[in-house]
Design a binder for this molecule. Structure first.
Ligand SMILES: O=C(O)c1ccccc1NCC(=O)[C@H](O)[C@H](O)COP(=O)(O)O
Length: 194
């Protein structure tokens, strides 16, 4: 199972995740987030990372030009879009991207079913709240294009493997404090996901 460790704010935490086998790292460009980091700080981390690691830039309520410019400047390889955006926004993006579904009910997890998408639990903060989805919503659903997020921990992912998700995404479940990862939990999460 692929894994993304989200809310990275230091090179040390990034390398703990990479060394443990993370496929992707998430960087939050939402100023109201406790995991927000500046473009300069993100660039300094990203430029030192080894190849074959997806560098994901997260955005909330910005225009496409901001997404394009930020990703180019920091070296992000994928944009993660955490808000409702229209077709013109997506057409203007010049970088690979994934939509985020902030699910509030079972039907929501079926949105954009033909696309790889991240399904997270709805929260006012847009993400990183440690709020879990109802696993029963995935019963009978084709999950191979879903990146599951929301309240995942090293202890609860084993039971979720049976749904056949594309990947697991975690932030608060492997943290000591906002934006500071717990190395042991990061390793345990990735180990248990595989
Ligand atoms: O992490 C944040 O602070 C954040 C803020 C605004 C938009 C998205 C954010 N995080 C998005 C993620 O991809 C998280 O990994 C995802 O929501 C799961 O978080 P958690 O429930 O804490 O594992």
């Amino acid at each position: 199972m692929r894994t993304k460790i989200c809310g990275i704010t230091s090179y040390e935490d990034a390398m703990v995740a990479v060394d443990a086998g993370a496929d992707a790292l998430g960087f939050v460009f939402y100023e109201k987030s406790p995991r927000f980091l500046t473009r300069e700080k993100a660039k300094n981390i990203i430029q030192k990372l080894p190849p074959f690691v997806e560098k994901v830039a997260l955005f909330v309520n910005v225009d496409a030009q901001t997404v394009n410019a930020t990703c180019k400047e920091v070296g992000a390889t994928l944009a993660q879009i955490h808000f409702e955006a229209d077709a013109a926004f997506y057409e203007a993006l010049k970088i690979p991207h994934i939509k985020v579904i902030r699910a509030q009910k079972k039907e929501d997890v079926l949105q954009y079913a033909d696309e790889y998408r991240l399904v997270d639990a709805y929260c006012e903060a847009y993400g990183g709240a440690g709020k879990q989805l109802n696993a029963e919503w995935f019963e009978g659903v084709e999950c191979s294009k879903i990146i599951l997020a929301g309240g995942l921990t090293p202890d609860n992912i084993q039971a979720l493997k049976k749904y056949g998700f594309y990947a697991f995404d975690v932030s608060s479940g492997v943290e000591i404090s906002y934006g500071k990862k717990d190395a042991a939990k990061v390793r345990e999460f990735i180990h248990n996901a595989h």
